[in-house]
Each structure stands twice: as structure tokens, then as C-alpha cells.
Design a protein around this ligand. Sequence first.
Ligand SMILES: NC(=O)c1ccc[n+]([C@@H]2O[C@H](COP(=O)([O-])OP(=O)(O)OC[C@H]3O[C@@H](n4cnc5c(N)ncnc54)[C@H](O)[C@@H]3O)[C@@H](O)[C@H]2O)c1
Length: 105
Amino acid sequence: MKVLVTGGAGFLGSHLCERLVGQGHEVICLDNFFTGRRENVRHLLDSSRLELLRHDVCEPPLLSVEQIYNLACPASPIHYQYDPIKTVKSNRSAAGMNRSQEHRA
Ligand SMILES: NC(=O)c1ccc[n+]([C@@H]2O[C@H](COP(=O)([O-])OP(=O)(O)OC[C@H]3O[C@@H](n4cnc5c(N)ncnc54)[C@H](O)[C@@H]3O)[C@@H](O)[C@H]2O)c1
């Protein structure tokens, strides 16, 4: 299955990417690296099953995938309170991606 993981270079997202790649899925790991790190997925970059995309979900990407996991939001208060409007926009964009995916299905 082709899967999009937003926030894929973060704490939860990177472990999820690892699990999905291990299960044989094709994974697009999307992240703007606000709190996430490339190092978190470095060990997966040699795999032909993982594609790392630097992108911000506030600009919803045009991607054709079968499943989306939205983890693109900073988890710690110091980070999500840093720019509250950006935090809301990130969550709203991610929800929008889910909806457009549902309409396509
Ligand atoms: N860590 C936990 O124990 C836990 C528990 C329950 C829920 N959650 C939720 O899961 C989500 C992820 O948590 P986490 O611990 O992995 O946080 P994290 O900060 O490690 O990961 C979030 C990732 O999203 C990326 N990101 C943030 N804004 C983005 C944007 N606009 N566009 C693209 N990428 C963006 C960050 O760079 C980072 O890689 C959060 O919504 C958090 O509230 C986490």
C-alpha cells in the first residue's frame, strides 16, 4: 500500500515509518523539520520503499496515496504554543487532506 506519514521525521512518525517500511509498504515521509530530524529516519533512507519529502502541511501536497497518517503537529507545549496559529493551520490542513482522500475513495 502507498502510505503518507505527515510529521514522519518526528518521534511517533519516524517509528511509524519504520514499522510501515518493515511491513513492505511504500511510504512517503513528509516533514517540515520544525521539531523532527532527518536523523530520525536516516536508517530508512537506503530503502527504496521510503521517500523523504521536506514540505509543510499548511500547503497540502498533491499526492496520490491510499492511506494517510497525520502526525504533523509539534507535541510539546513549548513548540505548539510557539506559533498557535501555525499549530491550528497544521491540524486543519491535515484534516483537509483526509477529507479529500475520502472523496477520492
Ligand atoms: N508523543 C506522544 O506521546 C503523543 C501522545 C499522544 C498524541 N501525540 C500527538 O501525535 C503527534 C506527533 O507527536 P510526536 O511526539 O511525534 O511529536 P514531534 O514533535 O516529535 O513530531 C511532529 C512532527 O511533525 C512535524 N511538523 C510539525 N508541523 C508541521 C507542518 N506544518 N508540516 C509538516 N510537518 C510538520 C515536525 O517537524 C515533527 O517532525 C502530535 O499531534 C501529538 O500531539 C503524541
